[in-house]
Design a protein around this ligand. Structure first.
Ligand code: GLA
Length: 702
């Protein structure tokens, strides 16, 4: 690096070091009292649509507001892609059009959350500051177009952000029709690999490790002689020959990216809180797309909101894929209720459709699923399908012709029902006996080094999650900082990266009587993504009562295991060959040179027990059997009569249950429950064997 560049980079490092510590000091403390979304919306269930008045003739706005009101809509999200309309030239603002749109909507009882428009900066900003655009791992800057094309570390972009966010906040801080803010839109990647980002990463490393010796030791840079003698030598995981990377560097880069995203969010929330302290702040997040650590990020928000598109799942009766995403989002803010900022309003796609059109009735079932998992508000994406641009195929409630179609009437019916249910729902929350541990570090580390090509961290979570859901059991998703003590069962799949605090927490949990399920690839790495020098499963070997001296990555081969009722289960992906030290064997491998060796064990330890699962099964029955065993020992009640494609999920208020029975299939189903309940919508008592029509829902109370 030549002299002037080195100086620029050093200055940037100092700025970033200061900025970083300042940002940390401004972090909002974790909320102690859950945010009450229903009170926030004046006692009504939030029911809305994402609306883009800037893209439709003003003569249509009044008609839209009337149709919205008739459909029960009382909320809109607006503005998140309208930067150029609000700031057509640098420093010149025009909010008159948005004021008029708000006036029309407010007159029909519709309040708004405004999106800060930073996900789509104006063309003039790129023309003036081309380095705002992201540089890819090959060192090529993307050109203008698309959206989310901004570098989180670019100071010109920060300045432009501050200008538009401050102007919006000043203009709308006392507006009675604006109740809050959405930061940006789906904050997350892309990662930027330009020199400014490299300097920011180096500064982040300096803050974390303090000395180069500590960093070199933590990352094991002695390998291939990649030892750094100055902070400026630290690279990014950009394109290298043979695509080789130090996994420790890569994991820290992922954490850095997540922290930078958080820092950028804080940059905006700080401005908003200062200027508009009475308006709430959220962000529309993305469920299972977890490039950002949602748990960290959400410390800065009043409540969680997220974007749900179940059409992406191949089989629409596989309700638990969306279910898991709901629970990840709820868990990311310690199980506080949340809202849907984009609930699927129709089939969608960009160049090609990515799902099948669903019957309108099924959209209603997904709405109820959101509520059943803790949503106190639903806002559909979008009011009407765009006539323009990339999303001409992404349907809103209405199509471009504004015809009152079947989805519109579904929205109307659902809205009416949800307002009727609001007194019952208000103040209720989710209580679960089981937690699934979602480790961002393990996820990121395994994305970089999956071990076998078809290893999927999400699949590990999903297999266990599905088994509990088939049994009608609510599941919380915990993150490493979450309190685990109240759960009867904790499943921690593929806990590949862990630090001592997490090891101690799981240890204490089991010693105090908890049931823990650990799976293959657990305890492999320390917090620096360095492989343990202890016998696997490393820090969990004592707890699990097993030693692993040999494992078999299943490269396109398949195994089988025998056990849990002497049944044979097909397995795949990985085989840990277990040697029990104190554990008892529940299943053994069926094939190959290690046939007869243990694959699944149970270890009674302290007041609790640990199951260690050495492989992944292709058979749901395997998970059902294992979960049934763990549930019996942990006194968790399962309902094994719930038909496939039907979900039973529970909210609670004051110890009383609100039970949602949701049928995602196209045929009528019978769902036996443990007692007769009252239907909350009709007030009639339902039989114990609840009859539920195709694509329908029943909400039951005690
Ligand atoms: C995301 C975005 C929306 C829209 C939809 C559909 O959820 O937040 O702006 O683009 O996808 O593509």
């Amino acid at each position: 690096m030549d002299g002037w560049r080195l100086r620029v980079v050093s200055v940037l490092i100092c700025v970033y070091l200061l900025a970083g510590s300042a940002a940390k000091a401004q972090l909002a403390p974790a909320a102690t009292k859950p945010f009450d979304l229903i009170n926030w919306n004046g006692g009504k269930f939030i029911y809305g649509a994402d609306y883009y008045p800037e893209a439709w003739p003003e003569s249509l706005w009044e008609k839209d507001a009337i149709m919205m009101q008739e459909a029960g809509i009382n909320f809109v999200r607006m503005g998140e892609f309208a930067w150029v309309k609000m700031e057509p030239q640098e420093g010149h603002f025009d909010f008159a059009w948005l004021d008029r749109a708000l006036k029309v909507l407010n007159a029909h009882g519709i309040k708004a959350v405004l999106g800060t428009p930073t996900a789509s900066p104006p063309a003039w900003l790129y023309a003036k500051y081309p380095d705002i655009a992201v540089m890819d791992a090959n060192g090529v800057r993307y050109r203008y177009g698309s959206r989310r094309n901004y570098c989180l570390h670019n100071q010109e972009f920060r300045a432009a952000t501050a200008r538009i966010v401050s102007a919006m906040a000043k203009h709308y801080k006392d507006h009675p029709g604006v109740i809050g803010w959405q930061i940006d839109n789906e904050l997350s990647d892309p990662k930027c690999y330009d020199p400014v980002s490299q300097a920011a990463f180096q500064a982040w490393c300096q803050r974390k490790y303090h000395t180069l010796d500590a960093l070199n030791a933590a990352w094991g840079t002695i390998f291939w002689g990649h030892t750094y003698e100055s902070w400026q030598e630290i690279p990014l995981p950009w394109n290298t020959l043979f695509n080789t990377y130090n996994p420790s560097l890569v994991l820290d880069f992922d954490r850095f990216q997540s922290d930078s995203t958080h820092d950028y969010l804080d940059f905006q929330t700080t401005i908003l809180r200062k200027i508009a302290p009475h308006q709430a702040i959220t962000e529309n997040e993305m469920g299972m797309f977890q490039e950002t650590n949602w748990y960290d990020l959400n410390r800065s928000l009043d409540f969680v909101a997220w974007d749900n598109y179940p059409m992406m799942y191949k089989d629409l009766t596989q309700y638990s894929v969306a279910g898991l995403a709901h629970d990840v989002m709820r868990g990311s803010k310690d199980n506080q209720n949340y809202m849907m900022m984009e609930e699927e309003g129709g089939v969608g796609g960009w160049a090609t459709f990515i799902g099948h059109q669903s019957p309108a009735a099924l959209y209603r079932v997904w709405d109820y699923q959101s509520v059943a998992h803790g949503a106190d508000g639903i806002c559909y994406f979008r009011w009407r399908t765009s006539r323009y641009g990339t999303e001409q195929y992404w349907e809103g409630i209405l199509d471009q012709d504004s015809y009152r179609n079947s989805r519109y009437f579904m929205v109307q019916q659902t809205g009416k029902e949800l307002q009727q249910l609001t007194p019952l729902l208000h103040g209720s929350s989710i209580v679960s006996p089981v937690a699934l541990l979602n480790s961002p570090d393990s996820r990121w580390a395994l994305q970089n080094q999956p071990g076998v090509d078809d290893f999927q961290y999400d699949q590990q979570l999903q297999d266990y999650y599905d088994a509990f859901r088939r049994g009608g059991v609510n599941v919380d998703v915990a993150f490493p900082p979450s309190d685990l003590s109240a759960y009867r069962i904790v499943v921690a799949p593929a806990l590949y990266v862990s630090d001592q605090a997490l090891v101690d927490k799981l240890n204490a949990y089991v010693m105090n009587g908890g049931t823990l399920i650990l799976t293959f690839r657990s305890g492999v790495k320390d917090e620096h993504n360095v492989v343990t020098d202890r016998t696997l499963p490393g820090p969990f070997a004592g707890l699990a009562g097993v030693a692993i001296h040999e494992f078999d990555p299943q490269l396109n081969e398949e195994q089988e295991i025998v056990g849990l009722g002497e049944t044979l289960f097909p397995t795949r992906c990985w085989s840990d060959i277990l040697e029990p030290t104190t554990a008892k064997v529940l299943a053994t491998y069926g094939k190959g040179y290690y046939a007869g060796n243990p694959a699944l064990t149970e270890n009674e330890v302290g007041k609790g027990r640990v199951y260690y699962v050495g492989t992944e099964s292709k058979s749901p029955l395997f998970y059902d059997r294992l979960i049934a065993l763990a549930a019996r020992k942990s006194l968790v009640a399962l309902n094994n009569k719930i038909p496939a494609g039907v979900e039973v999920s529970v909210r609670q208020r004051g110890g009383k249950k609100i039970i949602f029975v949701m049928n995602y299939t196209g045929t009528a189903q019978t769902v036996p429950l443990e007692q007769a309940y009252k239907n909350a919508l009709t007030d009639k008592t339902e039989p114990m064997e609840v009859q539920i029509p195709a694509y329908d829902v029943k909400v039951l109370t005690e």
